[in-house]
Design a protein around this ligand. Sequence first.
Ligand code: IPE
Ligand code: IPE
Ligand code: MG
Length: 253
Amino acid sequence: MSLKDQLDLQRLPRHIAIIMDGNGRWAKERGQDRLYGHHEGVESVRTIVEACAELGVEYLTLYAFSTENWDRPVYEVNGIMELLVNTIRKEVNTLTKNNIRLHVIGDMTMLPPHCCQELEEAMAITEHNTGLNLVMALSYSSRWEILRATKNIAKDVQAGKLKPDDITPDVWEQYLCTAKLPDPELMIRTSGECRISNFLLYQLAYAELYFTSTRWPDFRRENLYEAILNYQTRERRFGKTSEQIQQNEEIVS
Ligand code: IPE
Ligand code: IPE
Ligand code: MG
């Protein structure tokens, strides 16, 4: 039986988040420039987006560029930004054809203006699509997001719009970039590093983490199915006991 056929489609994660790591090493291993790895990585993005849309995953968040990535050599940063603009331009029709809606989380003000414009247009064009929500994390980091949320909450309290005692978890979450998104159930990181690197620190509180040594440009459909299958073997307890979880499942079924 193929890996895809082994998936339990009733128990898919609603939201998968991916740290797409290893483009640079993939290129270097082939005696190529790092940018070559980023170009090849786009093919994996295309494939994984398509695979998630086909399976019926509702949200896919891809970490494409972090706040800290701005400190990379200028030529690499510029190359990634150009790649981003060209890819969005080329793919927007395919997104629409596949009923995919594009969202962006991160500090858009840091992006070059033409990049921002391209993204704004693509988000507007795909706004009414009802299939997969593709969330690109660009110029994003959790610490930036949490600081921004804190400042905005402080401003609202100062302006009398909000009382400190009214800051419940639900209210607090409205100040995050992910306000309208459910938390990811599965977080995948490629290329061997077992760290979070400032990605969705708050939202990943109870996510299942999956680390694979496969470099991002090599990560394709079968690798995704393998990650989801692994996720489906896990018992998600949320602080409860195994017995409680099993009792609950019996009641539901
Ligand atoms: C991930 O690949 C893409 C970005 C961070 C933009 P890397 O460029 O980090 O590749 P490695 O980790 O150096 O191999
Ligand atoms: C994380 O990868 C960010 C993205 C994939 C966009 P990095 O390559 O920047 O992370 P570190 O530096 O290895 O932690
Ligand atoms: Mg890296």
